[in-house]
Write a protein that binds this ligand. Structure first.
Ligand SMILES: C=C(O[C@@H]1C=C(C(=O)O)C=C[C@H]1O)C(=O)O
Length: 178
């Protein structure tokens, strides 16, 4: 028998995590602009790439459904990517989109283009508060110090974006362990 699904991360408001967070990590975790462009510039000469890990319709985890106000069995559009610098994963991200707001948006065609670069082009984009966890990504084996999530809205379109920052990024950028 397998171990079953990994347990849901325990999310806390950003401010609650601040005392345990170094100033260097705070710069990354508390930023509200596009992570895609921050990573690309932090990587300098290294090539930034979105590696598509999985994209499908499926059931969100319980913590995701609660954050989106979705009934627990309701399917949503799920997308998992690794944000890589020179093929090294720095962040793994999972996005959950309720189907109600999806029509008209051809997100299945995004492929390895960043969801963030599309999102941040929307003039009426709203971003909810950031929440943070030190728990591991339930959908990936790589470990890291921190993860965050927030809800983006653009008209009827909503997406819960969860970003798990990995140890590889910490060592490449010589960031503190937490
Ligand atoms: C929300 C952003 O988009 C990033 C790109 C993603 C993707 O392509 O699936 C997913 C999450 C984010 O890390 C961002 O750049 O800030």
């Amino acid at each position: 028998m397998s171990n079953g699904p990994a347990s849901d991360p325990r999310w806390r408001p950003l401010a609650a995590a601040r005392p345990a967070m170094s100033a260097a990590w705070w710069q990354w975790i508390a930023s509200r602009d596009s992570l895609t462009s921050r990573l690309a510039s932090a990587g300098g000469q290294q090539a930034f790439r979105v590696r598509l890990l999985d994209q499908r319709l499926g059931r969100p985890r319980r913590d995701e459904a609660l954050a989106l106000g979705l009934p627990l069995a309701r399917h949503a559009w799920l997308r998992e990517v690794a944000l890589c610098l020179d093929e090294r994963p720095w962040v793994v991200a999972r996005s959950v989109v309720p189907l109600e707001g999806l029509h008209g948006q051809r997100l299945d065609r995004l492929g390895e283009r960043s969801l963030g670069s599309w999102l941040f082009r929307q003039p009426d984009l709203e971003r909810g508060p950031l929440e943070v966890t030190a728990d591991p990504a339930p959908f990936h084996t790589a470990s890291g110090p921190w993860a965050r999530r927030s809800l983006f809205r653009h008209r009827r379109f909503a997406v819960l974006v969860q970003e798990f920052f990995l140890d590889g990024m910490a060592s490449d950028l010589r960031l503190p362990s937490r």
